[in-house]
Ligand binder design. Structure first.
Ligand SMILES: Nc1ncnc2c1ncn2[C@@H]1O[C@H](COP(=O)(O)OP(=O)(O)OP(=O)(O)O)[C@@H](O)[C@H]1O
Ligand SMILES: N[C@@H](CCO)C(=O)O
Length: 291
């Protein structure tokens, strides 16, 4: 049996829609795989009652197919589904690393990224790799059609997960189909600023680079209290705030010393809108680990 811990992630970071991602140190999914004639899936943990065990409907099933690696797969969910924290991706990433090991396929971590992304196509309709890339490789990742880059960095994060469910499939429907040239220019500038900030470990640059005039405003409408939560986080010291992935989690970048205050301010702001929430104080961390 092979056991893998695959971490939660946050995709987009505002300006890097479908491209940027970061790995968290927690929460994480634990994936256990054993060789079998036919693939079967058992699921326990947070939100497991909402996740299909049919391999054709679960993200790990697509990974089994891509690696031709039938297995009995146990998924212990630490990352709540429909959270914006890469829940579906954590399972797919963990399965890709575990099955590659179990069947000695010999693929590199980078080669496993497009394979795990096939799992994302099962749940959201597109094989976007911006969650599976950091869950497999760790760090800050840039995933494009031509490949994936990963940078280790020391950046503190706060993710606030409200008791609201937003599916990626639904949240992709509100993304505008066209953009004005001025919006594209602004987004390119911000994305470049963010990437430099990650390379320098500079929370001010990362926060400044998270602004996005295109996708985030449409997604924010799906999150009760988003504007108040954003404002509260900034007042408490966050250098940047955006929707985490497709939402409903809200992601803040800050200095380590401000993490507690930022998290507390975000919880209070959600509470003011009668939304229960929980907070993860985390930092950009390593990818999947074979235990
Ligand atoms: N192994 C899995 N883990 C979690 N969700 C799964 C899995 N397999 C299938 N799903 C389905 O995927 C959906 C959750 O994925 P979705 O992409 O909407 O949320 P997320 O991964 O938390 O968000 P994001 O990608 O924005 O970070 C649910 O409908 C769930 O049933
Ligand atoms: N880039 C994806 C991440 C969520 O899976 C989106 O925002 O739709």
């Amino acid at each position: 049996m092979i056991t893998v811990r695959a971490p939660a992630t946050s995709a987009n970071l505002g300006s890097g829609f479908d491209v940027f991602g970061v790995a968290f140190d927690r929460p994480a999914d634990i994936i256990r795989v054993e060789r079998a004639e036919q693939t079967t899936i058992d699921i326990t943990g947070v939100g497991s009652q909402y996740i299909p065990t049919d391999p054709d409907a679960n993200t790990v099933g697509a990974v089994v197919d891509a690696l031709d690696a039938p297995a009995h797969i146990e998924i212990d969910k630490g990352v709540r589904p429909a959270s914006g924290l890469g829940s579906s991706a954590a399972s797919a990433a963990g399965a890709a690393v575990a099955l590659n090991e179990l069947y000695n396929r010999g693929l590199s971590r980078s080669e496993l990224v497009p394979i795990a992304a096939e799992g994302e196509a099962v749940v959201s309709g597109t094989a976007h790799a911006d969650n599976v890339a950091p869950s497999i490789l760790g760090g800050f990742t840039i995933a494009t059609a031509d490949g994936v880059e990963s940078v280790s960095t020391d950046i503190s994060l706060v993710a606030c997960l409200p008791e609201i469910a937003v599916s990626t499939r639904d949240a992709r429907r509100v993304v505008p189909e066209t953009a004005q040239m001025a919006e594209v220019v602004e987004t390119v500038g911000n994305a470049a600023t963010l990437a430099v900030g990650m390379c320098r470990g500079d929370p001010d640059l990362v926060g400044r680079g998270m602004d996005d005039p295109l996708v985030t405003p449409a997604r924010a409408e799906l999150i009760t209290g988003y504007d108040a939560v954003r404002e509260a986080a900034v007042d408490a010291g966050a250098t940047g705030v955006t929707v985490s992935g497709a939402g409903p989690s809200v992601l803040a970048v800050c200095r380590a010393r401000d993490q507690r205050a930022v998290g507390s301010a975000m919880l209070t702001a959600f509470d003011d809108h009668e939304v229960d929430a929980r907070v993860y104080q985390t930092q950009v961390s390593d990818g999947a680990t074979i235990l």
